[in-house]
Design a protein around this ligand. Structure first.
Ligand SMILES: *[C@@H]1O[C@H](CO)[C@@H](O)[C@H](O)[C@H]1NC(C)=O
Ligand SMILES: *[C@@H]1O[C@H](CO)[C@@H](O)[C@H](O)[C@H]1NC(C)=O
Length: 678
């Protein structure tokens, strides 16, 4: 039975990491002997499976591997062999390998290399630099870089090294961009193609970075992600930032959830992007309670590129381009790409090879969003002889306007909100409710994720298109991928200010101090429809860096599940889900424990704003602390009467519970969801 990435990897640390803390060869002998009977008969096709074993059942020679996030190994098995393994008593789970994608900007199909960023704080850097050696040149900022491709190559064969680097080097840009958002140092002047000039800095400019590259041209494989988690935990990182995501599956089959659990258990804060599947409901991913799930909001900066029509009307748009422009004052013919004959569908989207040069030449072309990237559409138009491009939002894009660096004069148009309040929830930001565990509100928070300027590697042009030979040190991208590292950097700052804080404490501080109002003082609106947004869009709200440093109380325990229902996980938000079986009254309760991290002598009083139609009581109504670190419990009781709902439908109402000592407001959303059975 072949074992992947045992002989193929040139790096010893990769070898160690792959079997998830077990020297693979030896351990496989142990399992192979068990399997040999089963496998000899089966000739069915082999695939990669991740095998999770009981820690105690590992042979004693493996027990000195302390920094595991996962006990087990990955191997190529036939389905028959996998089934056979599953019957063994010391095997907990046999998980078929899945691939995830980097969570990139909206309507860009995830495809290429991500660097997966972990970063560290000053104090430990020297020790870590000794441990992390890699065939790339590290410096005082980037103190480590590793790559994980064994799972990828086991499924896809050896990678094509002309289109991607079989090394930690970034051939895509996504990883460089996200890494610099988290921990880029101050740079001046920073701009892309002359736009967004100014001083740029990451959230934690003095943090150190270690990069763990797990994504490749054909995706990011579970076994590589798990191996990277193991490696990062062993390296001693403080924060893991993961702008990667896949489909929502049960936690025990979810490599990111499993890896993140192991990391959180070792005191490492893990933040992950919520996904770009918005604005529809139930689209949020990376929803495990032990991760911080980050949605995207906008910032109050714009890149206007308006269109003036022949009738004098001006259509507002956004875009970035610095090449030779259209002749000032001259009007050009405007045509819809889909009306140029041929296959109207692919030409409407300006897909590669779909445009007729005779139709396009010398004109400005209107292309629909979707399938290929917005910048790639510009390349298609340019190659066919077009002089400019306008990108129109489809029905499902909401009205969000996303900036790209284009290879020709181009703009994305849509309805701009009258006043531009900030922040607003970005259209593409993935939304709750949590599809896996509705009793845990997700996303947790939002952070800036629209039109973010950050670093860019020299291998790729700013449009991301292969033929784009422009080079720029910065680029503007959008996505929850960009929101996530804002929170990761912030977590590093909180960890530096409060080294004793657990990952749960950091998350609690981020959530209980988040704000839900915009710069007009009203509840943030949803970019996709201009409506007031809800907790399903922004979770606890938009992160507030300075308030998070001093949250007053902390609500968050290590991840051991407490007695009772899942809602009693000591989570900094409350979500009650009622199944309506009649007209009767329904009730539930939550128990929470808070720790005083503010002033030694402080008295917190509770203010409840109940979800409409519900009764919420909190006991006690006052928490009297006499020292820092003191823990006190409170109980929240929720009562609601059944409401009229169509079979299979549900309704959600939200409110807040605020503990205040006059100096700190410790705020938690409370939501009540009624579900009418079919
Ligand atoms: C949100 O906006 C849409 C379109 O403007 C409208 O049809 C819908 O009723 C609004 N929804 C809510 C909940 O206000
Ligand atoms: C706490 O909230 C109340 C009510 O919204 C507000 O008046 C007060 O200024 C807030 N205090 C702090 C310290 O943020």
């Amino acid at each position: 039975m072949p074992v992947f990435c045992f002989a193929t990897s040139p790096l010893t640390h990769t070898l160690k990491a792959l079997p998830f803390c077990l020297p693979m060869g030896l351990f496989l002998v142990f399992f192979l002997s068990l399997l040999s009977l089963a496998s000899s008969a089966s000739r069915d096709e082999q695939k990669t499976f991740i095998v999770r074993v009981q820690h105690e059942a590992k042979p004693s020679i493996f027990t000195n591997h302390k920094h595991c996030v996962f006990h087990g190994f990955a191997a190529k098995l036939s389905p028959t062999e996998a089934l056979k393994l599953q019957t063994l008593s010391h095997v907990i789970a046999v998980i078929p390998e899945q691939s995830s994608t980097r969570v990139f900007g909206p309507s860009v199909k995830a495809s290429t290399t991500v660097i997966w960023v972990l970063f560290l704080l000053n104090g430990k850097a020297n020790a870590l630099r000794q441990k992390i050696s890699a065939p790339v040149s590290c410096n005082k900022k980037l103190i480590g870089a590793k790559y994980f491709c064994s799972g990828y190559e086991a499924t896809n064969g050896k990678m094509n090294e002309t289109s991607e680097f079989r090394s930690p080097r970034d051939s895509d840009g996504h990883g460089t961009h996200t890494a610099s958002i988290a921990a880029g140092r101050y740079v001046f002047p920073a701009s892309t193609l002359g736009y967004a000039k100014g001083v740029a800095a990451g959230m934690a400019p003095k943090a150190r970075l270690a990069a763990y590259k797990v994504c490749w041209n054909a995706g990011c494989y579970d076994s590589d992600i798990l191996a990277a988690f193991d490696s990062a935990v062993a390296d001693g990182v403080d924060v893991i930032s993961l702008s990667v995501g896949g489909a929502v599956v049960p936690y025990y089959l979810d490599a990111i959830a499993i890896g993140a659990f192991g990391a959180a258990d070792k005191g490492i804060f893990v933040s992950a992007s919520a996904g770009n599947g918005g604005p529809g409901g139930l689209t949020v991913t990376n929803v495990a309670p032990w991760m911080a799930t980050i949605g995207a909001g906008t910032i109050d900066r714009d890149f206007p590129a308006d269109v003036k029509l022949g009738n004098g009307k001006v259509v507002p748009g956004v875009g970035v381009y610095n090449g030779p422009g259209l002749s000032p004052g001259r009007m050009y013919p405007l045509v819809y790409a889909g009306s140029g004959g041929g296959d109207g569908y692919s030409s409407s989207l300006c897909l590669e090879g779909s445009l007729d040069p005779d139709f396009v030449k010398g004109k400005i072309i209107l292309c629909d969003r979707g399938i290929n990237s917005r910048a790639a559409k510009g390349d298609v138009v340019k190659k066919a002889g077009g002089v400019g491009m306008i990108i129109a939002n489809g029905v499902f894009d909401g009205e969000g306007l996303v900036v790209d660096c284009h290879v020709l004069p181009a703009t994305a148009v849509g309805t701009r909100l009258g006043v531009r309040p900030a922040p607003v929830v970005a259209s593409f930001s993935a939304r709750g409710p949590n599809p896996e565990t509705p009793e845990i509100l997700k996303p947790d928070v939002i952070a800036p994720g629209l039109n973010i300027l950050a670093a860019w590697p020299d291998k790729v042009g700013p449009s991301g298109i292969q033929s784009d030979d422009r080079r720029t040190e910065f680029n503007i991208l959008s996505g929850t991928s960009m929101a996530c590292p804002h929170v990761s950097g912030l977590a590093a700052l909180l960890k530096a200010a409060h080294p004793e804080w657990s990952p749960a404490a950091i998350k609690s501080a981020l959530m209980t101090t988040a704000y839900t109002v915009d710069n007009r003082g009203e509840t943030m609106i949803d970019e996709s429809n201009g409506n007031t947004s809800t907790v399903f869009d922004f979770g606890s709200g938009h992160v507030h860096p300075t308030k998070a440093l001093d949250p007053g109380l902390e609500c968050g325990l290590p991840w051991g599940k407490r007695a009772g229902h899942i809602g009693n996980l000591n989570y900094p938000s409350f979500s009650a889900v009622f199944q309506q079986y009649g007209k009767h009254k329904m009730s539930t309760h939550f128990i929470r424990q808070v720790t005083n991290v503010g002033d030694p002598n402080s008295v917190y009083k509770v203010t409840v704003r109940p979800p409409s139609g519900t009764l919420v009581t909190v006991e006690p109504q006052q928490l009297v602390f006499r020292r820092v670190g003191q823990k006190l419990n409170f109980l929240v009781r929720v009562e609601a009467m059944a409401v009229k709902l169509a079979p299979g439908s549900s309704s959600m109402k939200s409110g807040t519970i605020v503990w205040s000592d006059g100096k700190h407001n410790v705020t938690s959303p409370i939501i009540v969801t009624m579900q009418q059975p079919l």
